[in-house]
Design a protein around this ligand. Structure first.
Ligand code: URP
Ligand code: ZN
Ligand code: ZN
Length: 460
């Protein structure tokens, strides 16, 4: 199968030029001016940006959490991702206490196989650290799961003590793994939650008030120190506050291999959303929580200065009616998470490029190239080059996108960005050379997505 994209403006993390692009059997074979190749399908991309497909390094499809399960599965979630210009996701398999990582991997493969419409990898959540788990980290790396998420939050569920985290960091350093850390001080947060509830504070906003940025900064600092002691690289997930960013920046300035992602919700939404009337604030209950508005400019600056390297989504949707409602009388029972896999590329193009905070190259870097490099998928994914997969987004810089739950493809009953219009529009999406989104039409077959065996960590 040969697909030829003509007349487009190809933009990567480093380049920006007009050329034609030939994809043969899923892989980019030629890039050049006025290519003379014959093709099964020719696409005219005049006036459009030809971008590498987005990579969302942090999704939770079909995830059991907070007494329920995230509402998108690998079919609806990857389809929504594709509509938003994302062609690769990295989801999280969960090693529950008492279970093996092998069992977790098989469980998550079964969730994805036959459903995923784009390529996908897995991080492995480690809920405990035992000799068997430490041994099996190598088994996971051999299978292409090369990053491991660890929590300093959610005591009794996911939280591992400092000794356990330290052992996993040492092991990761030894075998080329990367520890991805959810950094919030879970023990302190549990005390604050207990005290808030004892005072009768049950509304959604208390979720944010009991998870202060200092609790995020402390755990970020701790993770950085443990990683330094273990001589291991560290990747901080869903960084939300400038307090935590300051810790990452200081570590990077010292030369430590510390990397971090933030998410659109921390750049576009704020604590004020928790004060929406009634139970509306529950829509934004996620961890870490949304922060006061003054954090946003500092996070954008971190993206520009490369103190933050990646924008992922932490897509973890729960319907308000049946799922968020579990915490109507107690904010601590509201399932944590929000939708975002479809809105990421459009929002970051708008807030970054259109609003002149970031260059187009930097937009590509933080949404595709950097996650591909940090998570062992580059150059197969994350760029447009001969030999890379033909994962391409045709993006119209002169279009606009209107965001609403009515038009979104995520399987959830609200859109955190309801009513916004952003600059730019995804017109067409190709995954390994196959057109999977053409305007409003989805053409990807469930199950066509491949599991990605990712490489070990290399300093990008
Ligand atoms: O609130 C969140 N972030 N839910 C998803 C799980 C996690 O910690 O990433
Ligand atoms: Zn997390
Ligand atoms: Zn997450």
């Amino acid at each position: 199968m040969k697909t030829l994209i003509r007349n487009g403006r190809i933009v990567t993390a480093t380049d920006d030029y007009h050329a034609d692009l030939l994809i043969v059997d899923g892989v980019i074979e030629q890039i050049g001016k006025a290519l003379s190749a014959e093709a099964d399908r020719e696409i005219d991309a005049a006036g459009l940006l030809v971008l590498p497909g987005g990579i969302d390094a942090h999704t939770h499809f079909d995830m059991p959490f907070g007494g329920t399960t995230s509402s998108d599965d690998f079919l609806t979630g990857t389809r929504a991702a594709a509509f938003g210009g994302t062609t690769t996701i990295v989801d999280f398999a969960i090693q529950q206490r008492g279970q093996s990582v092998k069992y977790a991997f098989d469980t998550w493969l079964a969730k994805a196989e036959g459903k995923a419409t784009i390529d996908y990898g897995f991080h492995m959540i480690l809920s405990e650290v035992t000799p068997e788990i430490l041994h099996d980290m190598q088994t996971m790396i051999d299978q292409g799961i090369t990053s491991f998420k660890m929590f300093t939050a959610y005591p009794g569920v996911f939280m591992v003590d400092d000794g356990g985290i330290f052992k996993a960091l040492q092991r990761a350093a030894e075998i080329g793994g990367l520890i991805a850390m959810h950094a919030e001080n879970g023990s302190v947060i549990d005390v604050l939650v207990e005290q808030a509830l004892a005072q009768g504070h049950t509304a959604p906003k208390y979720h944010a008030l009991t998870r202060p940025p200092e609790a995020e900064a402390e755990a970020t600092h701790r993770g950085i120190v443990l990683a330094s002691l273990a001589n291991a690289p560290l990747y901080i997930v869903h960084l939300s506050s400038y307090h935590a960013l300051d810790e990452v920046t200081a570590a990077r300035d010292r030369g430590q291999l510390v990397f971090a992602e933030t998410c659109p919700q921390y750049l576009f939404l704020s604590y004020e959303n928790y004060e929406e009337p009634g139970f509306e604030g529950a829509k934004y209950v996620m961890s870490p929580p949304l922060r006061p508005k003054e954090h946003q400019a500092k996070l954008w600056r971190g993206l520009k200065s490369n103190d933050l390297q990646v924008v992922s989504t932490d897509h973890c949707p729960f319907c308000v009616k049946e799922q968020k409602a579990l915490g109507r009388d107690n904010f601590a029972k509201i399932p944590n998470g929000a939708p975002g896999v479809e809105t990421r590329m459009g929002l970051i193009y708008d807030g970054g490029v259109a609003q002149q905070r970031l260059s187009l190259n930097r937009f590509v870097e933080i949404t595709a190239t950097a996650p591909a490099k940090l998570l062992g998928m580059f150059p197969k994914k994350g760029t447009i080059a001969v030999g890379s997969d033909g994962d391409i987004v045709l993006f119209d810089p002169n279009g606009t996108t209107h965001w609403s739950v009515k038009t979104a493809h995520m399987r959830v009953d609200y859109n955190p960005y309801e009513g916004r219009t952003t600059a730019g529009a995804v017109r067409m999406v190709l995954s390994r050379g196959e057109v999977i989104v053409d305007g409003e039409t989805f053409l990807g077959r469930p199950g066509r997505g491949n599991f990605l065996k990712r490489s070990t960590f290399k300093h990008p």
